[in-house]
Design a protein around this ligand. Structure first.
Ligand SMILES: Cc1cc2nc3c(=O)[nH]c(=O)nc-3n(C[C@H](O)[C@H](O)[C@H](O)COP(=O)(O)O)c2cc1C
Length: 373
């Protein structure tokens, strides 16, 4: 019997599906709903010490739909981290853990470039009873203007220093969440792992402009006639997320064996999740997918992933984690293999042609001999 149960960095998960930080984990009511529906873990909406500095605008979403207009393929948001007070959050973390002591609750945290602030936020969340941390170094809009989020994630030196501060006080597993808006995601990932983080989460949203309204000539989402580039998520980002997860998994395999990887980006089905596990993921986060399909969607995700495992006789996630990483190579190597293969095929064809020609000659010779007799 195949099982989805898994233990990652000491956290015991009933399945590898984790609510990604964002609207689906925006308060204790929805977090408890997620536990009730059976999600393996929940990462709450990112919190900071001083929520009064976080001011959201509206509208903050824009969607790319399929040509029949029925399906959301891509989703842009200019939403900031949580604008709810830190004290409220601490009470809610406690309330969630009181009601669901076995529910794995991960606090997503973000602070300015200030050691005391990072240490304080870690210690106070820890005291509230959360099970692990995700460090948000990746929000691509709004926060970078305050040198937070992606502004840190784009700078491996700063990221390593901040992760070092966190690791100095954290008594729980720590995952560092990467921005995809960099040329080489391995560089900030390596910095976080060098600083001692137990795992990497990737990817956050991709910097984007959803479109321009051809009637008003204003870019979208339009706030008072203007916009700012936002973060792109949903199904459209999956191929980019798969590539980046693969690159981080190769790094972990080579230089940081044993560290964990939480994959995020466009997951909507159990089959999507299977692909991320095949490329080295330990857990699979879903954010926009929950906004599209609801909390009960975890049941379909579980069924799809289990059906894949049973079709291949895999009993545990470990049986196929990273299996497909072996099939990446350089383009030059693809050319060498293709050329060798073509040469072998051409040689085989020539051999068959020679055989046929010989058989033909033999036939003519025999007929000539017969007609002479
Ligand atoms: C509306 C919205 C708000 C988000 N807010 C946060 C956040 O507060 N912290 C964070 O780390 N990621 C945030 N994210 C990013 C998601 O956690 C995730 O990394 C990204 O959306 C890609 O995954 P998906 O395609 O499953 O949504 C947000 C995403 C969306 C769509």
């Amino acid at each position: 019997m195949a099982t989805l149960e898994t233990t990652v960095d000491g956290l015991k998960l009933a399945n590898p599906f984790v609510i990604g930080s964002g609207p689906p984990g925006t308060n204790s009511r929805v977090i408890r709903r997620a536990f009730k529906e059976g999600w393996g873990a929940v990462i709450a909406k990112t919190v900071s010490l001083d929520a009064s500095k976080v001011i959201n605008v509206s509208p903050r979403y824009a969607k790319l739909k399929s040509s029949d207009g029925k399906e959301v393929i891509g989703w842009e948001n200019i939403e900031l981290i949580s604008d709810r007070s830190f004290d409220t959050w601490l009470d809610e973390f406690k309330a969630c853990k009181d009601e669901y002591p076995d529910g794995v609750l991960i606090a997503s945290i973000m602070e300015e470039y200030n050691k005391d602030a990072w240490c304080e936020i870690v210690e106070r969340c820890q005291d509230a009873g959360v099970d692990a941390f995700e460090l948000n170094f990746s929000c691509p809009h709004g926060l970078p203007e305050r040198k937070m989020g992606a502004a840190m994630g784009e700078n491996p030196g700063i990221l390593e220093e901040v992760c070092g501060w966190v690791m100095g006080v954290a008594k729980l597993p720590v995952w560092a969440k990467m921005t995809p808006n960099v040329a080489h995601i391995e560089d900030p990932s390596a910095a976080a792992l060098r600083a001692g983080c137990q795992g990497i989460s990737a990817i956050n949203t991709i910097r984007s402009v959803m479109g321009v309204d051809l009637e008003t000539l204003r870019p979208e989402p339009t706030v008072e006639g203007y916009t700012t580039p936002g973060g792109y998520s949903s199904r459209a980002v999956k191929p980019i997320a798969l590539r980046m997860v693969m690159e981080i998994a190769q790094l972990i395999r080579k230089e940081f064996p044993g560290r964990s990887l939480s994959a995020i980006g466009g997951v909507e089905t159990g089959e999507d999740a299977a692909q991320f596990v095949l490329l080295g993921a330990d857990t699979i986060q879903v954010c926009t997918g929950v906004m599209k399909f609801g909390y009960g969607h975890v049941k379909k995700l579980n069924e799809g992933l289990l059906a894949f495992m049973e079709s291949k006789d895999f009993e545990t996630l470990a049986d196929f984690k990273g299996h497909s990483l072996d099939y990446f190579t350089t383009h030059a190597e693809l050319v060498r293999m293709r050329t060798e293969r073509k040469a072998a095929e051409d040689a085989a064809k020539e051999a068959v042609a020679d055989d046929n020609a010989w058989e033909g000659d033999e036939f003519v010779a025999q007929s000539n001999a017969l007609s002479r007799d």
